[in-house]
Design a protein. Sequence first.
Length: 414
Amino acid sequence: MDPCVVIIGAGPAGLMAAEALAEAGQRVEIFDAMPSAGRKFLLAGVGGLNLTHGEPFDAFVGRYGARAAVLKPLLREFGADALRAWAAGLGIATFVGSSGRVFPTDMKAAPLLRAWLHRLRALGVRLHMRHRWLGWDEAGALRFDTPQGEIAMEARATVLALGGASWPRLGSDGAWWPWLQARGVELAPLRPSNCGFDVGWSERFRSRHAGEPLKSVAISFEGLRQVGECIVTDGGIEGSLVYATSAALRECIARDGAATFELDLLPHRSLEWVTRELAHPRGPRSLSTHLKTRLHLSGVKAGLLWERVPKDVQADPARFAATIKALPIRVSAPRPIAEAISSAGGVRFEALDDGLMLHALPGVFCAGEMLDWEAPTGGYLLTACFATGRASGLGAVRWLAGSGAGAWHTPRPS
Ligand SMILES: Cc1cc2nc3c(=O)[nH]c(=O)nc-3n(C[C@H](O)[C@H](O)[C@H](O)COP(=O)(O)OP(=O)(O)OC[C@H]3O[C@@H](n4cnc5c(N)ncnc54)[C@H](O)[C@@H]3O)c2cc1C
């Protein structure tokens, strides 16, 4: 029986690890619980696949916050430029959008994934879908639940690329967490990242405005200010602008029980302008009409003001203007991780060596979103998944070269 390396997880991180190993001449078998590969990657392509970001390297690395230092060498090795070149090698041209975000020219994930799987198969990589990893048995073999029943197998090396715990119906459900913990791996709890938050709107506001976008507003929280869009939901608020501050909001809620950010409803107008327009005599017109004609505030933006601003403040142009420029929104809890775009937490970098091998489990490597880093949306998530996937694959290649790792044990996968 041929010696073999096992990759568990056929998302971007696992496929990248497989490519690095197969290119180095290793026999690679990929296992995934789902019926087909890259389900979350394909979903990411639905709204336009934001592959990476075109900003300068230092700014790019800074997006990983507290994990910037550990990810820097990996991103230097395989960052935005390398990723674009790699995609081009698959026949997928990319472009930098006006925001600096990088997309495939057709915006889709499916053609890239198709070409990539084709190339992996040509390298001899075999995929085994509907194989759910169940942890290790007492002898240390990998356990899989398969359509033919449970099997156990040993591998020359294993790469775990199991994702986090967001959108579990696409495959990554975080079930691995207790299994690694039981093996002595240092882990951080999985938490929602790039997520929405509960606000607790009044019934009147919720029924009128849930689902409406707040376009061109600015969010301010703990020194960060960003202009963009978010969406009012049934129970709260979500969207790219909220995601940008979600890590800080989540940590504040964990610490203080709630967090309050400020929304600037007219980010391109000065406080002086807003005050002057509000103070303009309105005659017999209602305040609502005044807001609409002088400040172009209507719909959900005006609804927010009726919902949140007391009557005495509405009657005072200076105070009302200051509130329009910095409307406090109190959030009480992040939305559940299953609804989040990504997860924070997972395998701590202290648990890994430079090749992303677990100190506690020699020969077992980890990659992708299951590692303890987080980043905002903008292509940073996929870039780090690709970079850590590649680093884990190359780490396994180096370890196999030096380890004299044993051969594949029976039974073979289906
Ligand atoms: C709606 C949405 C849109 C997104 N858009 C973007 C975007 O535009 N740009 C961007 O950078 N990022 C985006 N992301 C995030 C990005 O898709 C993820 O960060 C990325 O897919 C994570 O890659 P991964 O390989 O680590 O894990 P995953 O892609 O989650 O893959 C993990 C794989 O492991 C398998 N698995 C898990 N447990 C087991 C088990 N026990 N046994 C066998 N198999 C198992 C799963 O089935 C899955 O196939 C988006 C995410 C969502 C939810």
